[in-house]
Design a protein around this ligand. Structure first.
Ligand code: SAH
Length: 397
């Protein structure tokens, strides 16, 4: 049986020639054959030149995701085993392995596995299959992961909204191994965290901020700290461990805050020094400002306000709002660590928003550091979309 093919419109082969792995629906002239969702298709230029092998995503605007630019490659079980092996080899060379047992092992497109995310928490893996092609090869990828990592269990969290865009149902639960392993105990830079893999957000923990939490820890000594969008207390615990005078940490999720309290205890941090409060950050920052509160360090690590450029304007207003309120409460000599994980808000726009917030707050401030995701979240050079996390450390004069 011959492989189905996508023939692109004239000129639309350019991004594939730069090895960008996505084919948008608008670039396709015609489809030869009747590929099923997730099936491997050959992508061809308008003149018939073969360009890539890709997974067909019938329902998504990203109509195909490239598995290989070698059009002679065999996309089969051995292919996926080799991709998983390559991803693991990169992590084995990372210094992070020495101070943590929690790493992102597979980071989607940047590891040549579009739609596949795998995080390791001690001996449990949490996997997400977020695109039709990933779903099609799920069993092969799960088998390779178990075999090559030696982990005891894999929990699947294919319950992200993006599955709907792919026409895939939600799925969550243990798919391999021990069904008792639930709240995983991990270590990060010598600190203890519990990860709720079943009910936590995303895969349970935000590993991308690992090194940024450590940087905050190194700067926190003696400071009054406000951690906004604290989730399970990553930055708050790090700041307290770094000798912060007091930390107030806010999040709107009760379940996340329950884990956050356990994390404070797991590191021997007294409740008087680290206070968690369930609150909407937008409203509570106003309450704190109206009460005249001041902090020596403020962390803003909100959820993704703009997954794509289409939401950039609304997201910009939200970033401006929280950064403006933060600047108003930042004491002279204070530090603001402000992040955006929105793919739709590029780094230069984010910096402009923060600059505008400082200006409107009447504060003079300068950037003293820039943050990205940790190295276990590599960014393939041809896939700039992989570079989603940006952070600025801003010093108030
Ligand atoms: N800094 C965290 C990760 C933050 S994830 C860490 O290092 O682990 C973003 C968090 O924002 C989530 O916990 C989510 O519950 C919370 N959140 C989303 N909208 C919110 C809002 N309006 N007010 C308060 N918290 C919110």
């Amino acid at each position: 049986m011959s492989m189905a093919a996508l023939v692109l419109k004239p000129g639309r082969e350019k991004s594939l020639k730069r090895r960008h792995p996505w084919v948008f629906s608008g670039a396709i002239e015609r489809v030869q054959g009747a590929p099923k969702s997730g099936e491997t298709v050959q992508v061809r230029a308008a003149d018939g030149q073969p360009l890539a092998l890709a997974a067909w995503s019938e329902h998504s605007q990203i109509r195909a995701r490239v598995w290989s630019f070698d059009t002679e490659a065999q996309v089969n079980v051995a292919f996926f085993r080799a991709r998983v092996q390559a991803a693991l080899a990169l992590r084995e060379r990372l210094p992070a392995r020495r101070h943590t047992n929690a790493l992102r092992l597979v980071h989607g497109e940047s590891d040549g596995l579009p739609g596949v995310i795998v995080d390791r928490y001690a001996d449990v893996l949490v996997a997400q299959f977020l695109a039709a092609g990933a779903e099609r090869w799920r069993e092969a990828i799960l088998d390779a992961l178990l075999e090559l990592t030696g982990c005891e269990a894999i929990f699947e969290r294919s319950d992200a909204d993006v599955r709907q865009l792919e026409g895939l149902p939600e799925r969550a639960g243990f798919v391999r191994g021990n069904s008792e392993a639930n709240r995983c105990a991990i270590r990060e830079h010598g600190l203890n965290f519990r990860v709720d893999i079943a009910a936590g957000q995303k895969t349970g923990f935000f590993l991308d901020q690992r090194d940024n939490r450590q940087r905050i820890r190194a700067l926190a000594e003696g400071r009054a700290v406000l951690d906004c969008f604290c989730y399970t207390g990553g930055f708050a615990v790090a700041a307290a461990a770094g000798g912060a005078k007091h930390v107030l940490a806010l999040d709107s999720s009760g379940p996340a805050l329950a884990v956050a309290s356990e994390n404070a205890q797991a590191n021997g941090i007294a409740a008087e020094r680290l206070e968690f409060q369930e609150a909407d950050v937008f409203a509570h920052l106003r309450t704190l400002r109206n009460a005249g509160a001041q902090y020596d360090m403020i962390i803003l690590d909100p959820p993704k306000f703009a997954p794509t450029a289409a939401q950039a304007e609304r997201a910009s207003r939200a970033y401006k709002d929280i950064n403006l309120l933060a600047f108003k409460m930042l004491a002279p000599g204070g530090l603001l660590a402000t992040y955006s994980c929105s793919g739709g808000v590029p780094a230069d726009l984010f910096q402009k928003i923060v600059a505008g917030a400082a200006l409107d707050a009447g504060v003079s401030a300068k950037i003293v550091d820039r943050y990205t995701a940790a190295a276990d979240h590599p960014v393939a050079l041809e896939f700039p979309e992989g570079d989603y996390l940006k952070g600025l450390l801003v010093y108030r004069a």
